[in-house]
Design a protein around this ligand. Sequence first.
Ligand SMILES: [Zn+2]
Length: 196
Amino acid sequence: MPNSAARRTTNHTGRLILTPYDATAAPDSAALIAALTHCQLIGAPLSFSMIPELRKFTIGEQFFTLLSFTGCAVNIATTGSNSFCHVDLPPLAKTPILYTGRNTRPPRCPYCRSRVIDWQERFYSALNRPLLTVQCPQCAMLAPLIQWEWKQQGGCGRRIIIIEEVFPHEATPSDELLTQLQASSGERWRYFYMQD
Ligand SMILES: [Zn+2]
């Protein structure tokens, strides 16, 4: 997490990240953009002239239908300067990236449920293993890192869709959105929250 320390001073609200359950999956960007445009999660592309790839979008007409926001927490700026709500599809990563932030707590072992205190070292080194496995220091069982209990406070993947800025658990993807993503990619999707 090379950038998170530097950005920590900015008091980042948070982001909602969607990614396939299979952290190695690489669904096509154009197909996802077409599907998200069709269901109106996203609207017009935001133009950043130096960036050749289409990746940032305003929110679409159905944004607040496809994401469920918790009652009084809705305070989403849809236009404006730095922190307005938008959708970002970063370029596909060559290998799975582990996404954690200041809201991430030590994940629990899926077998014995103990928390791993030195989890960062263990989980980042798991990215170098073909099956992304982490060994539990308590019970010695091996499990792919995504099967650990993250409580939606972290995740891993090659293809992610980012919704900025969303406070953790303020917005939840609807079943319809998850279904649309699965239909356009052939992958089941999960989500989590990350604060720099
Ligand atoms: Zn264990």
